[in-house]
Design a protein. Sequence first.
Length: 366
Amino acid sequence: MLWFSVICLLPFSVCSVWSVLLLLDGRRTGWSSGRKELCCFSAVCTVLYFCHAAYFLDPPTGLTWGNVLYSGANLAVYPLFFLYLRSVADLKGIRPADYLLLLPAIAVTIYATVVKTTGGPAENVLLCNKIMFPVLLVYVLIAGELLISGFNKAVRNFYAEAENKTMENLHLLFILLALTALASTAANFIGREAFSGRMLLAVPSVIFSTLLFLIMYTAHNLQFSAKDLLLDIERSNARINAVDETESKSSEIMERIDRIVSETKIYKQHGLSITDLAALVGTNRTYASNAINQQLGMSFSDYINRLRVEESKRILMSTEGKFVMSAVAEEAGFASEATFYRHFRNVEGKTPLEWFQALPENNQSE
C-alpha cells in the first residue's frame, strides 16, 4: 500500500533532504563550525533509515548487504553527533582520540561483511549491535552533557548577555538527541521485527522523523559556537595587557570590582563582557571571573544581571508609577524587555509590575 511505503520511507526522506541541504550549504559557505560533522551525521542517518525502509518494504531472509550497512550505520550515528557537538561546543575542537568512537561501527561492519561473504550466522551480527549500541549511547549522552555544560559555563563567565549566545539552542539540541536516543534504545532492544505490523510501524516512524527534523533544523540554525567564543577571547586578549595577580586574593579583586561597578555603572553597557570589566579593574578576565565565581558563587552573567535588576528597581521607585517597561529595561542595561522580565522574575520571584505594586507605599490604602 502507498501509505505504508510513505511510513517506511519517512525518516529516510527527512534525512536525505537534510543531507542534500547541508551538503549544498557547506559547499556554498564552507565547512566550519561543525557543518562537516553535521552533514556526515545526516548522511549516515540517511543510510541507516534507507536500510530500515528496505527491511520493512521487502523483509529479507538471512543476512543481506542491507543488514551489513545497517549494522555499521547504527553504531556510527551517535558518535558522529558527538563529534559535531565537540566541534561546536569545545574551544579545542575535535581531538584525534574522539574518532576512536567510530571503531565499533567500523569493526562491526567488517565483521558483518565477513559473515555475509562466508555464510555465517546473522544472529551474531545483531547481537554485537545490541551490546555495543547502548554502551556508545550512554557514553555520548554523558560526555555530551558535560561538554555542553562546560560550554555554557564559559559563555556565562565571559558575556553578560549569555542568553544570546545559543545556550538555549544547545540545550534544546541535546534534549532532542536524548529523546531520539531513548527511542533508538527501545527500538534496538525490542528489535525491528516487533514493528512488522503496519500500524505499529507508524508510531516510531513519525517519532523518529519529527525528532530528526528538529535536530537537523536546530543544529543548522545555531548562530554561535565555541569558535566564535574563542575569537572573542582572542580579541580581548589582544586589547588588554594581562596583569600578574598571582599574589592577590580574590576577595581583594572582588572589592575592586564592586567599587568600579558602583562608580561607573558599567552593567548598563550593552554587549558587556568580562574583559571590559577586567580592563577597568586593572586585572585580566581570568582573575576577574574567578573572583566573582569564588566570592559570590555565581557566574559573571548572573552577577551583571542581578545588578541590572537592582538598577531597574531603583528606576521603578523613582518614576512614581509612570513608567514604560521597555524603557526601564533599556535604561537598566538589558538587551530586551523579555530578558528583563526573565531575570527580574529569577531574582525577585515576581514580575516587575507585581513587585512595584507590592511596595508598601503602593498599599497604604489597604
